[in-house]
Design a protein around this ligand. Structure first.
Ligand code: ADP
Ligand code: MG
Length: 696
């Protein structure tokens, strides 16, 4: 086996491979495109395509595909063979610059929201040279953006790239005041991916898991996570084999899978890679999720990426670790000297202002039907956004707000009265797990995104909002003389922190008091997707995306539409699956068991038994009562479900699902789950939580 380090990146057309396979002038021009966004000439593209093809075929590739992220949230690819017949019975291989740069998938089958009506249905994919091509299962995958013919973004990558550009521009303006002129500033992102692994045979017997990704029924297991033995526990051999293969595949794909461990819930695990720029991080995360599903199937397992596959058991998140990086510095690192402190605080204040001002949009960016079951479930952050800073930084912010910080007259640096900030670096251990947006030493960790989501949206919103706050700072400080700068910057930070202080919260985010307190502070509490999504299309949100050149109003509206539609459609599938399973899977078995008990009573009595058969008679009563309650619950669900189906307008439909259908689903679930404890195990039609969550 090759040395460990040689197993990394073998399937990626990385910078090193580009250098090896491209003539040096072409390599330089491609680098200029990647680094500085210079347009790519067709002759360069042709040369790159040729080198890519050679490289890929040498590694067993037979096809190429533009790999993109339509609004449906999954990745898409259409495979094209490199082979081209010559007409004489033989073939050559071909891959042109044009084919590399642009593809034309039929856009009409992808969600476009309102854009479908407004614009031509045709779309095209455009190569994103900043994320390297890779070979997956003999296909050369080329990361691309996906747009309509008139240029509107139809995907998740385009706005993310635009937001990164906005952030780069504004962050560099701010750094300029501090006499720093880096080549670029990029948001750095590391996503911790949580997931469940269960046995294929259990999965195959659960229509709810197959159709909706989560269990719509299931009583709590006898043993849950209360023994706290799973987190970081020894990894069972089956899972370990899966993890080893996953690491190998990810490393080959140049994805630096770093940390793996068991999570809190039984059968739950986590994988974290080393962070990289936001664009690449999102691509890597999507590839990771796909590889997880694929590799699980080779081990007789199924990888559940739903945010809440099991009720009463911890759900899965995708913690989005986020910071800002130049070539050589992390801008959210407090630094070791007072000279660095002011700059750190300017960036910190911008993040705080961004998260406060656009908390609802950020919340909306992670709103999905699956995440609704997780947020606020007392093991995941609440649906209210707040920021946790840790004791030292909170103290420091308080000092600034109280006017106790000043600019040192002689040195022009920030004086906080004590050596507070340098100590911050050691303050990493101070963790508040209940906070949705926590400062963890030199980065923020946004914990709201669910495990299934494409975190592109969340990062796009965050980048855009922070870019706007940095722009405001830069606009305000433009033209201020060097001698005055530090003082004026501190004033700006003080005003900003004072205005946005309400978003800071260090207490228990799960508690009831916090909900009340948050309401007093005027923070948004948007418990469901239907409540959260309208935040995208407020005037404030539209103005944000417009000002920063990230999304036009039609693009924002189309995204809102797509998300709403998706929510309503998924809810429809869930409601329908529930009704059908209750009627066709559970009721017949419960009735069959009741009949067996009834027959048993008859038989025993007929044989002249003298017992009162109290147990059997009680049981029979409970079963019959259970059947009645389930039947009523099905009827109730059907009524509200039909109402949702008949309601006009996607928002109105979504509201009915969130506020009427979901409660009816919960009642039906409870009625069926109550019978799980009563019906004999061999009559129960599906694997239970005990069966699914605890396996060898
Ligand atoms: P935790 O204790 O929360 O698991 P880790 O230090 O293991 O924290 O980091 C979790 C994730 O954060 C990893 O993916 C890591 O690469 C990422 N990360 C670390 N530093 C940064 C940074 N500056 N910007 C973005 N992500 C980062
Ligand atoms: Mg973490």
């Amino acid at each position: 086996m090759p040395a460990l380090e040689d197993r990394f990146g073998t399937m990626v057309f990385s910078d090193a491979e580009q250098r090896r396979y491209l003539p040096s002038d072409i390599y330089k021009r491609l680098s200029a495109t990647i680094e500085e966004g210079e347009p790519l000439d067709l002759d360069v593209a042709n040369a790159v395509a040729h080198a890519m093809k050679t490289w890929a075929i040498e590694r067993g590739a037979t096809h190429y595909a533009h790999w993109f992220q339509p609004l449906s949230c999954i990745t898409s690819e259409k495979h094209e063979a490199f082979l081209e017949p010559k007409g004489d019975g033989t073939a050559i291989t071909k891959f042109s610059g044009k084919e590399l740069i642009q593809g034309e998938p039929d856009a009409s089958s992808f969600p476009t929201g309102g854009l479908r009506a407004t614009f031509e249905a045709r779309g095209y994919t455009a190569w994103d040279p900043t994320s390297p091509a890779f070979i997956k299962d003999e296909v050369l995958c080329i990361p691309t953006a996906f747009c309509s013919y008139t240029g509107e973004a139809l995907d998740k990558k385009t706005p993310l790239l635009r937001s990164m550009k906005a952030l780069d521009t504004q962050a560099k303006r701010v750094l300029g005041f501090f006499g720093k002129h880096p080549e670029r500033v990029v948001p750095s992102v590391g996503n911790e991916q949580e997931y469940f692994l269960i046995r294929e045979e259990d999965y195959a017997r659960r229509p709810d898991l197959i159709l909706t990704g989560r269990t719509l029924f299931g009583a709590p297991p006898c043993k849950g996570q209360e023994l706290e033995e799973h987190y970081f526990g020894a990894i069972r051999p089956t899972v370990n084999e899966f993890m080893k293969e996953l690491d190998d595949e990810l490393w080959a794909l140049g994805i630096p899978a770093k940390t793996k461990h068991n999570e809190v819930a039984p059968a739950q695990h986590e994988l974290a890679p080393v962070f990289t720029n936001a664009n690449r991080a999102v691509d890597e995360n999507l590839i990771t999720m796909e590889e997880m599903r694929l590799i699980a199937s080779r081990h007789g397992l199924v990888c559940l990426q739903h945010e809440k596959p099991f009720e009463g058991i911890n759900g899965s998140g995708k913690h989005n670790n986020w910071s800002l990086a130049t070539e050589d510095a992390n801008l959210l690192d407090p630094g070791e000297t007072p000279e660095e402190n002011l700059q750190f605080l300017v960036f910190l204040a911008a993040v705080i202002a961004a998260v406060d001002e656009y908390q609802d949009v950020l919340r909306a960016s992670v709103a999905t039907c699956g995440n609704d079951h997780r947020l606020g479930a007392n093991e995941a952050p609440p649906a209210i956004i707040s920021i946790f800073l840790g004791d030292l930084l909170t103290e420091c912010v308080q000092k600034i707000v109280d006017g106790k910080a000043s600019v040192h007259a002689a040195h022009g640096v920030l004086d906080l009265g004590a050596d507070v900030l340098p100590k911050l670096q050691q303050d990493n251990s101070d963790r508040n797990r209940t906070s949705p947006f926590a400062f963890t030493g030199n980065k923020f960790e946004f914990r709201m995104p669910g495990s299934a989501v494409n975190v592109s949206d969340a990062n796009m919103v965050l980048d855009t909002a922070v870019a706007l706050e940095l722009k405001r700072f830069a606009d305000a400080l433009e033209g201020v003389g060097a001698d005055e700068f530090a003082e004026r910057a501190l004033d700006y930070v003080r005003e900003s922190l004072t205005m946005h202080q309400r978003i800071l919260f260090g207490g228990n985010g799960y508690s009831e008091e916090w909900h009340e307190e948050a309401e007093r502070r005027g923070l948004a509490n948007l418990p469901t997707t239907a409540d959260a999504l309208p935040a995208f299309v407020t005037e404030r949100s539209i103005a944000l995306f417009d000002e920063m050149g990230v999304l036009s109003e039609v693009e924002v509206r189309s995204r809102y539409e797509v998300k709403l539609e998706k929510y309503a459609k998924r809810m429809n599938i869930e409601a329908r699956t529930m009704e059908r399973m209750a009627r066709r899977t559970y009721l017949p078995r419960i009735s069959a068991y009741a009949t067996k008990i009834a027959k048993g009573i008859d038989t025993v009595m007929g044989a002249g038994g003298v017992s009162t058969l109290n147990f059997e008679r009680d049981l029979l009563e409970r079963l019959l009562e259970g059947v009645t309650v389930i039947n009523e619950a099905i009827l109730e669900l059907t009524v509200v479900h039909n109402k949702a189906l008949e309601t006009e307008g996607w928002q109105e439909k979504a509201d009915v699902y969130a506020h009427e259908v979901v409660p009816a689903m919960e009642r039906l679930r409870a009625s069926v789950d109550a019978m799980e404890d009563v019906v004999a195990a061999d009559y129960w039609p599906v694997p239970t939580y005990d069966d699914i969550l605890f396996y060898v």
